[in-house]
Design a protein around this ligand. Structure first.
Ligand code: HEM
Length: 424
């Protein structure tokens, strides 16, 4: 039996959605203060959405099994972009099987052996930056993380296919995805209509990825985290299945990592003593990355849609309701994080973050597949940049938090001025 849902604003979904988009941090924070934990929002794209930031409840929500709650259904809108076989579209045993196949490539030593490649790509990127004039770092970080995925994850070699793929992907990613959710927008009215352009671009990208996989299967695995998986024909994944996973990893891993890097530099620019220490002290650099993910998580929440009733605290939630972890709010829990708005990497020095209170990568069976890779990549990029160039903020005012599609970004893209390299 289901009782009343947790309390929330008595506003129509349309108005709450406008507030959710226009006041990306202010509105969810106000709702949590006013209505407590758990509380309920109602948004046009999710319907009733029950959120908790309570470290005691969060692991239970993120750890829900697929029979109880689905994440794939909520991602269905992305199917035209990622393909119907994408990990993000699947639930249950199919999802788990695919995770088991992809997972090992993104862990431990598999990831660490790409340190030199990531550092090298970073140095090449830094060499292109203007000296002495302000520029935003976020677009530069997007270019870098795209290159890291194409070279280090997919293992593409320099050449015409990589150049074309990069150009088409930049075009595709620049199209944005928010308008695609409008049913009326999904009409192919020829190559000049937005949907028609999207479909044609996507078909060209698919063809290039399929060509790459087919060629590796003929001539050997090559390099990259996924090298072995792409050529292994015993796991039963066809060229198209693999192609969908490649695009999924790119979409899931590119903007996310680039934005967190832009935030990390923004925070370090405002804390030069931390930047200097991060340059020479690797465990401290790791703590800087963790503290950035805490203080500036790029997603406000991650949610699942209930298939079965769920007991959450003293509430009984019915099927159909969405339930999620409020990432931004959980990272500000004053009992876990004293002085939560302060950037203090020392919090994470030599300690493991508390599972229910540090959730930038979500949790449970849907936890970010690239979490270890992203953390490693970010530490290598930040360390290499700090070693290669002296950065200062272009303005004395810290960057505001803005929303770009579903991601919380630095409002001006972390504007910096690059000077000479540090010595010593
Ligand atoms: C700082 C960078 C990143 C952040 C903050 C981030 C965050 C997240 C979050 C919050 C989720 C949802 C988890 C959940 O609902 O419990 C997710 C899922 C996912 N992420 Fe990441 N991510 C990052 C980088 C990456 C990278 C580099 C890759 C791969 C190259 C990646 C691949 C994925 C995939 C495949 C999923 C879906 C997992 C599934 O549904 O089973 N992410 N990520």
């Amino acid at each position: 039996m289901s009782g009343p849902l947790p309390p929330g604003p008595p506003l129509p979904a349309s108005i709450q959605t406008v507030l959710w988009l226009a006041r990306p941090v202010g509105y969810p924070t106000w709702v949590a203060r006013r209505y407590g934990d758990p509380h309920r929002l109602c948004l046009t794209f999710s319907g009733d959405l029950v959120l908790t930031a309570d470290p005691a409840l969060v692991p239970g929500v993120l750890g829900l099994r697929a029979e109880v709650a689905s994440a794939g259904e909520a991602n269905a809108l992305l199917a035209p972009l990622l393909g119907s076989r994408s990990l993000l579209m699947l639930d249950g045993p199919e999802h788990l099987r695919l995770r088991r196949l992809l997972g090992p490539a993104f862990r431990g030593e598999a990831v660490r052996q790409h340190r030199a490649a990531i550092a090298d790509l970073t140095r090449r990127e830094v060499a292109r930056w203007p000296r002495g004039t302000p520029f935003p770092l976020l677009p530069r970080m997007r270019a870098l993380t795209l290159e890291v995925i194409l070279r280090v994850v997919f293992g593409l070699e320099a050449g015409p296919r990589l150049d074309l793929l990069r150009r088409l992907l930049v075009e595709l990613l620049a199209m944005g995805s928010s308008w695609m959710v409008l049913p009326g927008a999904r009409r192919d009215l020829g190559a000049w209509s937005p949907w028609g352009r999207f479909l044609r671009l996507k078909a060209r990208i698919d063809a290039l990825l399929e060509e790459e996989i087919a060629e590796r299967r003929r001539s050997g695995p090559g390099r990259g985290l996924l090298a072995e998986l792409l050529v292994d024909e015993t796991h039963g994944l066809g060229v198209r299945d693999l192609r969908d996973q490649l695009l999924t990893l790119l979409v899931a891993g590119h903007e996310t990592t680039a934005t967190t890097l832009a935030w990390c530099f923004e925070l370090l620019l405002r804390h030069p003593e931390a930047a200097e220490r991060a340059r020479v002290d690797p465990p401290y650099l790791e703590a800087v990355v963790r503290e950035t993910l805490r203080l500036r998580p790029i997603f406000r929440m991650t949610s699942r849609r209930l298939r079965r009733p769920l007991e959450l605290g003293s509430y009984h939630l019915p099927p159909g309701v969405s339930v999620g972890a409020a990432i931004y709010l959980a990272h500000r829990h004053p009992e876990v994080y004293p002085d939560p708005e302060r950037f203090r990497p020392e919090r994470f020095r030599g300690t493991t973050p508390e599972p229910g209170a540090w959730i930038p990568f979500g949790g449970g069976i849907r936890r970010c597949l690239g979490a270890a890779f992203a953390s490693f990549e970010m530490a290598v990029v930040v360390g290499t940049v700090l070693d290669s160039v002296r950065l200062r903020p272009a303005s004395e005012t810290p960057e505001p938090i803005s929303l770009h599609a579903v991601v919380l970004v630095p409002g001006h893209g972390t504007r910096v001025v690059a000077d000479r390299a540090p010595t010593g």
